[in-house]
Design a protein around this ligand. Structure first.
Ligand code: ADP
Ligand code: MG
Length: 378
């Protein structure tokens, strides 16, 4: 995936208005018609065409013919651009460095944050596979329906950020959350390798206990990671494991909580046996209540990522096979599953973030400002 921060610098303020208008328009239109773009951006006919064609050249939007008209839609690069723009204006991303990870559902970059400190930018890419084939999947889309990859990826990023905040606050070994916008999360860069890449450890029994204790401590706080495996555990050089990747976390009161809990435990048991030849008769078992000390799930809901958001995301992830893809990866697998995600068609982007809403009303500042401010960099 390309993330071209130079585009930020060379974008005119009117290009930016047009791009933002397409984002706003795509909440109610799968393909945004030109007159609507003109109306939302307050830029007249002829000029709008020129900006649209610029944005197509930059591959931030795509032109598409629907049954009734030809219109435009945002593609991931355009959405990335809008998020980067916001994050750079807030100062949480000042320049973009190397890509360090690519998952089926995310791209991970090391970026410079405030004070030039290195941080991690995670771009959530739910539905990416099917989005590539969006043309072939036209049948899955209803008329006037916004692209759900955008909605899903944003919900996923919001969830990850909300959980990371609460876990960090309660002293769990997770990256420190820095910022979140649209489908992006900015967090502390952990100087460590994923357990997946580690061939031997001095004391496997000690690490095994630390990880099982972590699973139990999460459950005592009402939470299950849901994808607790060697890809999502980073091992620092001092031997401390750090947990990442939270979009699939569930509450211990989830109807399938026991299944998810046992799967997390089994992933670790299987991995330790296979990789380190380590087996233990001791492993935690799910017990309802778990002498719960806190209910962090409630705290997460209070932090802004509501139970309703959680339910929407779960429904969408299930529909897209994401839940099935989580769990213990097979030995040879790089990512849990290569099965294609099916484009989901039952959600619209109706609850877009408030800064976007403001722009739709013409009240927000972003749409009216230059796209080529000096606060970005390459
Ligand atoms: P995905 O949802 O695609 O699995 P992850 O959050 O698990 O994404 O990140 C993918 C990879 O990126 C990780 O396995 C790890 O190597 C790297 N990574 C992610 N977050 C961080 C971080 N905060 N610090 C260091 N490396 C990270
Ligand atoms: Mg992961």
């Amino acid at each position: 995936m390309k993330l071209d921060p130079k585009a930020l610098r060379y974008m005119s303020s009117d290009d930016f208005r047009v791009l933002t208008a397409i984002e706003v328009g795509s909440r109610n239109h799968d393909i945004v018609p030109e007159p609507l773009i003109a109306q939302l951006s307050h830029i007249r006919g002829g000029s709008v065409k020129k900006h649209i064609s610029d944005l197509i050249k930059r591959k931030l939007i795509a032109s598409e013919s629907g049954a009734k008209y030809t219109g435009y839609r945002l593609v991931y690069a355009g959405y990335d651009f809008l998020a980067l723009k916001t994050l750079s204006k807030r100062g949480s991303v000042t320049s973009v460095g190397n890509q360090i990870g690519v998952g089926k559902e995310s791209d991970i970059f090391v970026v410079a944050g405030e004070d030039e400190q290195e941080v991690v930018l995670k771009l959530h890419r739910l539905g990416r596979q099917s989005f590539r084939n969006v043309k072939e999947k036209r049948d899955y889309l209803r008329p006037n329906q916004s692209p759900s990859w955008m909605y899903m990826s944003r919900l996923s990023a919001q969830k990850e950020y909300a959980f990371m905040q609460v876990l960090h606050e309660y002293g769990f070994p997770v990256p420190k959350p820095v910022d979140q916008n649209r489908h992006c999360v900015v967090m502390e860069l952990i100087d460590a390798f994923p357990l997946r890449q580690i061939d031997s450890v001095a004391e496997p029994g000690r690490l095994y206990s630390l990880l099982m204790d972590l699973i139990v401590r999460l459950a005592k706080h009402g939470l299950i990671h849901g994808d607790f495996n060697e890809f999502n555990i980073l091992l620092r050089s001092d031997g401390v494991p750090v947990l990442i990747d939270f979009p699939q976390m569930v509450s211990t009161s989830h109807p399938n909580a026991e299944f998810y809990f046992n799967r997390d435990v089994d992933c670790i048991r299987t991995f330790f046996k296979r990789r380190f030849g380590y087996e233990s008769v001791l492993y935690p078992k799910f017990a309802l209540g778990m002498d719960k000390e806190f209910d962090l799930d409630v705290k997460v809901a209070a932090s802004g990522f509501t139970k309703k958001d959680q339910a929407s995301l779960e429904r969408l992830m299930d529909a897209n096979g994401a839940a099935a893809a989580a769990g213990c990866p097979a030995e040879a697998e790089e990512y849990p599953s290569d099965e294609e995600i099916v484009y989901s068609d039952d959600e619209s982007d109706a609850s877009a973030s408030s800064d976007v809403k403001d722009r739709a009303d013409g009240r927000g500042s972003d749409i009216c400002e230059g796209g080529d401010d000096d606060d970005d960099d390459d």
